[in-house]
Design a protein around this ligand. Structure first.
Ligand code: B12
Length: 590
């Protein structure tokens, strides 16, 4: 789609920036910071909340368009984001600063918006914008911030005021809004963060507004959620997601979305759950137009067994072949009964859990109190019931965790693969690039043996431009320095790669390519360390630029090849014509 053809002017354009603007020009070794998610370290996936913003505002007369600049820039070296922005003429731009990794990229995109359209307001939102609102609002390129984890309604009110041309006093009543009072020398006003919905039934997990938007702007590429989602004309890997909640009942010390974290900076005192019947309905709707796997976000056992069994009962009423992926935030207490019920309700199912370490005392210190034997019982019954794939996520950078402990975790991964076979798939990743601001360990680092290296927003903006991920990490622990976390990550990656080969989870070609990538990453880490010692900045930059082709070769992944994270989906799995027909006819209307 050429820029010239994108001509309509919606009220609000939501822009998703790359983590670093312009990553195509900076020599950076991002490392394995995105090895556990479908996107690259450019973090090209936009917040899933963009879809409910599009839906809620659209339903109330405010036309919204999403442009995933990050994905488009990744897709083509020739894509000129600046040129595109110059031609857009909405009433306002919205830029997500949800993940802290976007600090630099989001601000650069805001600068471009203001360069060409000084009169168009720029609105920020998302978790990181919420946490850092006091610093963020001081940037001249930022006009408004909507705080909190539920921006739909406040954003609607703000957009209505902007479209009507109202200013000043009309902003006082908009909840969660941070703004600059033009009638008072741009004084910063912070409205109460009072809009925190406790129910989630008003927003659907309905992709209809997104597909309608594709048709309206005749622009599919700008809406794709991440690079590779559809690199072969809708056939590559369109994974779908269904949300069950906002907030969390658990309190993992490193999670910026934990109960205490969200209570502190988002004013969310308890999670909001979507009704179980609606969750099942959402899933079933998606199965009508795609055979893609569906990721159910949030453990359905979180609100209690009754909730989970209701979702499963409802799913049982329909037959579909899509692979469902369920999360577990804790081990299941009655695994034999639970997994049998899942199997009875869903033809193809998969699970994932994050035990983080083999060491139960470390696991307890980070806020997870389940045992290894409970994990093994869960694996046993899930596999017996027909679970296709059970992913286990382990982490580097935990309290009390040493290099030896990490390597013992990898050994345990080996013993699980040996015992349970190829369907149990372990991953080990460093906690990176940042320990989440707002999480318990970030707010009370000394209590958990952490040292936080950056605190201000500006420090984070600069950190993302570090030549290697080692210098971007915002923490070290009493047990491991940044150097040790990086080295240990590579050693653990090499060993796990060998074990996966030994137990038949990957083939020799994959084994070799991962091994080569990790070795290359180790060599480049040492080279970058040396270059970093050069005093003259232009020589430093020149030497780093010489490494850029090698650095970019590791953009997709470093220690963990992403294709092994995928769940099966049939070829040609997005039924595009059916989708268009349904979108046009409004068949999905809730
Ligand atoms: C589901 C999830 C994912 C999914 C889906 C992500 C997605 N596309 O949204 C996956 C697994 C892919 C993922 C990946 C990552 N995640 Co995540 N994720 C979550 C989780 C568990 C739930 C998020 C959720 O359900 N949100 C609900 C939806 C509806 O809301 P929303 O998307 O946040 O959008 C709302 C508001 O934020 C706001 N908003 C958002 N953007 C904008 C823009 C404007 C202009 C406005 C006004 C408002 C606004 O309005 C929206 C509607 O109300 C949270 C933990 C939690 N309990 O919150 C972590 C969490 C958000 N993720 C986190 C992180 C760190 C990541 C990664 C960077 C991890 C990594 N290193 O790989 C990646 C980034 C991926 C990328 N961008 O490419 C951290 C964020 C900490 C931080 N401040 O940076 C969290 C808090 C916890 C954690 N550590 O996992 N994640």
């Amino acid at each position: 789609m050429s820029i010239a053809r994108i001509s309509r002017n919606p009220h609000l354009i939501l822009l998703h920036a790359p983590s670093v603007y312009d990553f195509r020009e900076y020599p950076i070794m991002y490392g394995p910071i995105a090895d556990g998610v479908p996107s690259t370290p450019i973090f090209e996936m936009y917040p899933i909340g963009f879809t409910s913003i599009l839906e809620h505002l659209g339903r109330n007369g405010i036309e919204v368009r999403i442009i995933n600049l990050a994905a488009r820039m990744l897709e083509s070296d020739n894509f000129d984001a600046e040129k595109l922005i110059r031609r857009l003429k909405p009433h306002a731009f919205g830029i997500d600063l949800h993940w802290l990794a976007h600090t630099q990229g989001s601000l650069e995109v805001a600068k471009i918006c203001k360069r060409y359209h000084p009169e168009i307001p720029v609105i920020f939102g998302g978790l990181s914008a919420t946490y850092f609102y006091k610093e963020l609002i001081r940037y001249p390129t930022v006009d408004f911030i909507i705080r909190g984890d539920s921006a739909e309604e406040p954003l609607l009110q703000l957009m209505k005021a902007i479209v009507r041309g109202k200013h000043g006093s009309s902003f006082y009543d908009i909840p969660n809004l941070v703004w600059k009072d033009d009638s008072n020398n741009g004084e910063i006003r912070v409205n109460p963060l009072s809009h925190v919905p406790t129910a989630l039934n008003n927003f659907s997990n309905n992709y209809l507004p997104i597909f309608k938007s594709v048709l309206k702007y005749r622009d599919l590429k700008s809406l794709l959620p991440f690079h590779g989602w559809s690199s072969h004309e809708w056939r590559d890997y369109p994974i779908m997601a269904v949300l069950t909640c906002r907030g969390c009942t658990h309190n993992c010390i490193f999670c910026g979305g934990s109960r205490d974290a969200l209570s502190t900076y988002c004013n969310r005192k308890r999670p909001a759950f979507r009704d179980p019947e609606l969750v099942a309905k959402d899933i079933i709707k998606i199965t009508r137009y795609t055979k893609a796997p569906i990721f159910v976000i949030g453990d359905i056992l979180q609100p209690g067994e009754e909730y989970a069994y209701t979702v499963l009962e409802e799913l049982k009423k329909e037959r579909f072949a899509n692979h469902l992926v369920f999360e577990l935030f804790d081990t299941v207490r009655n695994p034999e009964e639970y997994f049998a019920c899942v199997a009875d309700s869903v033809e193809n199912f998969n699970f994932e859990i994050s035990p983080d370490t083999h060491d139960e005392s470390i696991r307890a210190a980070e806020g997870k109190r389940y045992t290894n034997s409970a994990i093994e019982e869960n694996l046993k019954w899930a596999l017996k019931s027909g679970c296709h794939k059970f992913d286990l996520f382990f982490m580097i950078g935990l309290p009390f965790q040493t290099r030896e402990s990490v390597m013992a975790t990898v050994d345990w991964c080996g013993s699980l693969m040996e015992k349970f076979g190829k369907r149990v798939v372990p991953y080990i990743l460093p906690y990176s690039p940042f320990l989440d601001p707002g999480c318990i360990a970030y707010e009370h680092p000394e209590k958990f043996g952490y040292k936080i290296l950056f605190k201000t927003f500006e420090e984070y903006r600069k950190a993302m431009l570090s030549p290697s991920w080692k210098y971007a990490l915002n923490y070290e622990t009493r047990w491991m320095s940044r150097d040790e976390i990086v080295n240990c990550t590579y050693q653990a990656g090499l060993k796990l790669n060998e074990l996966k080969m030994k137990y038949g989870l990957i083939d020799r070609a994959a084994f070799n390519s991962t091994k080569e990538r990790i070795k290359l990453a180790m060599t480049l880490t040492a080279e970058i360390d040396k270059i970093n010692e050069i005093d003259d900045s232009s020589t430093r930059r020149r030497r780093l630029m010489q490494l850029k082709p090698k650095l970019d070769a590791m953009l997709d992944s470093v220690i963990n090849e992403k294709r092994y994270m995928e769940w099966p989906a049939a070829e040609g799995n997005l039924r595009i014509f059916r989708l268009i027909k349904m979108a046009v006819a409004g068949i999905f209307a809730r």
